[in-house]
Ligand binder design. Structure first.
Ligand code: ADP
Length: 153
């Protein structure tokens, strides 16, 4: 099992897309193990987007990500990091395939509605950045035997 961090960006919250996007994850069979609303500080955004702070568009990212509260969640499942990135689609929403979240809900390279961890290392750091251990819930959905084979495949 893997855990991955998803942020519903202000571009999803402001447009009233939380429910529709969350449904995509639920119907895929991903387990929600943590979820909350928060207003992100510049400090945590500088840490989260450290690989982009020197890019000319970083001020736009800061303004965009602080335009409203966001919804943060941790999703769990077999290969969850890759599965969620596939559901998310390409960074530039205009190139994201139809059927993906970005492909279906957005038109921009910046206002691309959600963030999703891109590697096991990033996922571990990002979950710890936004959630304390006691905010992560350990539970077994009743549908689990209908989602995976007995050996977890
Ligand atoms: P991803 O979110 O797909 O992992 P990156 O880590 O490269 O992609 O970028 C983080 C976020 O920064 C993107 O989701 C997007 O909101 C913003 N971003 C990336 N590249 C650009 C760009 N060229 N112009 C404006 N915003 C960008």
């Amino acid at each position: 099992m893997q855990q991955t961090l998803v942020i519903f960006k202000p571009s999803a919250v402001q447009r009233g897309l939380i429910g529709q996007i969350l449904t995509r994850f639920e119907q895929k069979g991903l387990k929600i193990v943590a979820m909350k609303m928060a207003t992100l500080s510049e400090e945590i955004l500088r840490e989260h987007y450290a690989h982009l702070v020197d890019r000319p568009f970083f001020p736009f990212i800061l303004a965009s990500m602080t335009a409203s509260p966001v919804v943060l969640m941790v999703l769990e499942g077999v290969d969850a990091i890759k599965v969620v990135r596939l559901l998310t689609g390409a960074t530039n929403s205009r190139e994201a395939l139809p059927g993906t979240i970005r492909g279906d809900f957005s038109m921009s390279g910046q206002e691309n509605v959600i963030h999703a961890s891109s590697s096991p290392e990033d996922a571990q750091a990002e979950v710890a950045r936004f959630f304390t251990p006691d905010e992560i819930h350990h539970w077994t959905p009743l549908m689990t035997p209908t989602l995976y084979s007995p050996d977890g495949k």
